[in-house]
Design a protein around this ligand. Sequence first.
Ligand SMILES: [Ca+2]
Length: 469
Amino acid sequence: MFPGGKAGANRLTRSGGYRSAEVDITPMVAADAAHSTCPRFDLCAYRLVRISAYPARMFRSVVALIAGSLMVAACGSSETVPTSTSSPDVAIEVAAPTRPDIPWDETPEHLRANERCPDDLPVDSIVPLDSPKVALTRVAEIAEASALAFAPNGTAFVGTRSGSIFSWVEGREPQLVLDLASVTTTERDQGLLGLNVANGYLFVNRTDLEGDSVVEAYPLMDTGPEASQVVELLRTDQPSREHNGGDIVFGPDGHLYLTVGDGGGQGGAFITGRQEAHAFGSLLRFAISFDPTPVLRAAPDNPFAGSTPGSDYTWVWGLRHAYRFSFDSATGDLWIADVGQQCVEEVTMLPGGGIGGEHLGWNAFEGNRPFMDQPLDSHTTPTFSYDHRDGRCAVIGGHVYRGRALPDLNGKYVFGDFCARALIAFDPETGVLEELEKDTVSPVGFVVGADGSLYVVDLVAGIWRVDPV
Ligand SMILES: [Ca+2]
């Protein structure tokens, strides 16, 4: 699905080898498919019933998203040969990973991904909601909102999954300033997934009509982002419609970070976590220069600099679908939320000032649960993880709260679960996980405003600010 990317009947986009059935993402077909193939039918039924309460205009996409999170595919693996360019004036290209031409549903990854979750998963528990600990104030009404970024002048940009970009100032109606819908694909995890603003440019991460992930920079004029002067920075040949990355983040070191996912499919189809620092399944880190237009290159002090082309971009590897991640504005700590397979969601904090290179476990591990029998020399275990009880199924990474409005949350990592429609806080001091709010939003992202306020990107209804009760 869009944020979660649980699974899915893959459609080949570029590189060949898929056998699994096409799924037409229309509401009824998708719902039927989800019912017929979901490995945990009780959850499927729950989610499909729940979406009937959504506005009719959102029905199609929400069904597609949720159904996409449940449908079953099979996957495989093989050698991969990523390529990169070092030319400073050409967009970096990352080649798709590959897998053997064998049926998806005969791979051990597929079989493992369709096992029932054990009852004794090694996960943390979440204190359920008693009464709301925060209030949510809707500040912008935009259907299918998928990304949000604040410019230094206080203007925000809100992207929709289908590729529309609005400028927005709190208290005013959003204004459409750039429409990329005709060049953006929106099946499964695809779409406009990330936005950011830096140095007078709006950065966009989206899926194009070829199924490639593209990162582009649009110069910001008085009238908004200028499409005629777009600069393409990065092009990733995605091998499926799943796990297509999301956030574009500028770190405290000024470098640009993003993820491209593990290539999709169930169980870690491409086994990127066993191909050292493969660009897929990794958090990538690029140096960015403006001379005068933006240009990316592998940061020279990246942990795998000088190794296999493509791996020189990698900062952290062993990820499945790290859709959202953030840096603590006070400490520089890096918080990575990795959407799990069928049993475990996980978040890992890597202390600020690190040198990168960590392997976060996938697909030898799903959280702390051994997944495939693939020995790792070492890996970094999650800071916390949780199971799929109570309707949870897809972690949506948030931020360590440093605002003034909610002193009780200071220093806590506030994030969400898309399926449970829950906001959750993790206290690094005590290790306690606690629900803050539930059933108001379908979170797909969290963004911090200039004053430290925390905003929730809600795929159904728009943008909400997290306020005191
Ligand atoms: Ca992991």
